[in-house]
Design a protein around this ligand. Sequence first.
Ligand SMILES: C[S@@+](CC[C@H](N)C(=O)[O-])C[C@H]1O[C@@H](n2cnc3c(N)ncnc32)[C@H](O)[C@@H]1O
Length: 289
Amino acid sequence: MGKQNRTVQTCLGTGAQECGMMVSETDKEDVGCLWWGNQANTIILVVLVFLWLLKKLISATQHRWFAYVMHLCTKDEFIPLEEVKRDHFASMSSIISQDPELRKKNAIKILEIGVGTGVNFAHYPKGSHLVVVDPNPNFKSYYDSNKGKFSNILTEEFFVTTGDDMGMIDEGSVDVVVVTLVLCSVNNIAKVLREILRVLAPGGKFYFMEHIVEFDVKKHWWRRQMQDIFTHWLPVWPFIFDGCQLNRDMLPDIQKAGFSKVEAEKYYAPVPHWVFDPERPNMKGVATK
Ligand SMILES: C[S@@+](CC[C@H](N)C(=O)[O-])C[C@H]1O[C@@H](n2cnc3c(N)ncnc32)[C@H](O)[C@@H]1O
């Protein structure tokens, strides 16, 4: 309105034709501005919704793709790694359950976090009751077909959730927590460790096995560089392997989490292909609540 008045006043000293033109151009400008003003919010909203949907789609595709890649990588037994695992989990068979009912049956209750396709079944004591957690629902079908091969264990629930959000599992209700190749991709390690301590029964055991940052940098400086490059500079590893970070060391987090005892060792793990060389530095151990 103000702008229109201003235009008419300017017109008084000029010819009528000219004046008419000026008014209509200004009006056009105003209508344009008004249209943009009204539509801008709608356009921004539409763009945001589109970006959100795109992010969801990429994320869902990535999760499906990752589950499939993990299935391909784990479907055939890799004997050298199985031998390391056999040794790592051997002490589980001497654990006595805190649950009187399970104790009568000489069984224990295990919670595996980030179970993926289910690659550790073969190492669990006969009669174990197993509850599992994984945020990626695309693993469920691979997990189901794997568990069918192991009658030595009794699988209970598959919870689609992260390790730092396991409210559905009661405090002090499991004898053993297992984590293999998971802490490299969780957002908040300290929070996951707090949850592990919460769900473990007194004296319960936490078995962990993780690839970590190169620990002999003098000898393997090149691998250390590769770990940084593929994690941060050219982040193909987190992209393909669902957020996996090659250059983490979770042992200090485990040591300060509040367990009464932590026994751990660093070692070089056998890998099935040279492509996985950046994942060779590993650590494994058992922490007691
Ligand atoms: C490299 S895979 C390892 C799977 C299996 N544990 C193994 O040893 O083959 C990592 C697994 O951790 C899961 N994961 C990722 N973030 C997680 C989180 N915050 N809490 C629990 N599991 C998580 C992934 O969905 C995936 O199943």
